[in-house]
Design a protein around this ligand. Structure first.
Ligand SMILES: Nc1ncnc2c1ncn2[C@@H]1O[C@H](COP(=O)(O)OP(=O)(O)O)[C@@H](O)[C@H]1O
Ligand SMILES: [Mg+2]
Length: 330
């Protein structure tokens, strides 16, 4: 049985620079596969090769069993690619963008009209369908571009940062439509640098850094890792050293935690319950008359999750700023 996507020993060089280094993975039919990584990791480079926009330096890519270089036409018939920056024809209306795109794929006149109407309604663009796309907001362009990707009835959808830079409502709608597409038995490959998006939407998630896949894991592990690296951040006035204050607090409470310096006066303390931990710590500093700058709970970030998932160092960054306590982590 074929896989939707098979990538074997993919290498991509830009002159001497190695952008992708021995990438290997498979994506099953009916799966949403998340490709997660910081800026510059190689996500877009991968997507461009998998959709035949760019050629690999070496390695093999099969799309629905078709070699993307040797059987480009057969492979491309199965897929749609929605780039990060929406490509819409600005002088055409939303409606005409969809009809024109459907025409490129030789979809019958009757089906074109029917699909355009359905997609415009799905993406809340129907009321504005006769307006030129140049007047659409960024979110509307992004939704139109996704609708244009869907109108050719692809089996495999490649989405580059489908929700980046959008308001919460548009993000929710787009995630819902991605999920609907998968539920019809189709396959999605999406890139993101948003952890919770990857954890909530995807069946499996690959983490990429500097052109290498570091792990391929289930979103459950990602979720657990995200809980493990919840944290409380605070800043002290320069009269007090955060390190001395924390060490004293750990000693008094007999509860040592990992922490890192964000700058000289600003610290992140790892705790699975940042709100209650922070409250108790704040109460203690009040009693001890220690003056605060700012404080708050922090979302898990990609670097921390990666450390937690693999037990390896941070994503290509030196570890010198990490102070390890005696707690269970790492
Ligand atoms: N056409 C190109 N020529 C030279 N370097 C490139 C080219 N395209 C991408 N790169 C480099 O490859 C690396 C990965 O880029 P990209 O795939 O766009 O990362 P991501 O999408 O994960 O943010 C970056 O260092 C980028 O500068
Ligand atoms: Mg990119």
């Amino acid at each position: 049985m074929n896989k939707a996507i098979q990538v074997v020993n993919l290498l991509k060089k830009f002159e001497e620079f190695v952008a992708l280094d021995s990438i290997n993975f498979d994506v099953e039919y009916g799966e949403i596969f998340g490709y997660l990584g910081p800026n510059g990791a190689g996500k877009t480079t991968t997507i461009r090769i998998l959709t035949a926009i760019s050629r690999p330096t070496s390695g093999t890519v099969l799309i629905a069993g078709h070699n993307i270089e040797k059987k480009e036409y057969q492979a491309k018939k199965k897929l749609s690619h929605v780039p990060e920056n929406p490509i819409v024809y600005p002088e055409l209306s939303g409606w005409d963008n969809l009809i024109f795109t459907a025409g490129l794929y030789r979809i019958s006149r009757k089906e074109r009209t029917h699909s355009a109407e359905r997609l415009l309604k799905d993406f809340n663009l129907f009321d504005r369908r006769h307006q030129q796309a140049v007047y659409y907001s960024k979110g509307m362009k992004k939704k139109l571009s996704l609708a244009m990707g869907l109108i050719s009835n692809p089996e495999i959808l490649f989405l580059d940062e489908p929700t980046s830079g959008l308001d919460v409502e548009s993000q929710r709608l787009i995630r819902e439509k991605i999920n609907d597409f998968r539920e019809k038995g189709n396959t999605v490959f999406l890139t993101t640098h948003n952890l919770s998006e990857a954890a909530h939407l995807c069946n499996r998630v690959a983490i990429l850094d500097k052109g290498k896949i570091l792990t391929i894991d289930s979103p459950n592990h990602l979720q657990e890792a995200m809980v493990e690296v919840r944290s409380f951040e605070f800043e002290l006035k320069s009269s007090h050293s955060p390190e001395v204050v924390l060490k004293t607090y750990f000693q008094e409470t007999n509860d040592e935690r990992d922490f890192i310096f964000l700058n000289k006066q600003k610290v992140r303390v790892y705790t699975p319950n940042p709100t209650s931990w922070g409250q108790e710590f704040l109460d203690w500093t009040r009693v001890n008359k220690i003056p605060f700058g700012a404080f708050g709970t922090a979302e898990a970030n990609l670097e921390d999750v990666f450390v937690s998932l693999t037990g390896k160092g941070k994503l290509g960054h030196p570890q010198k700023d990490i102070k390890r306590g005696k707690s269970q982590r790492g």
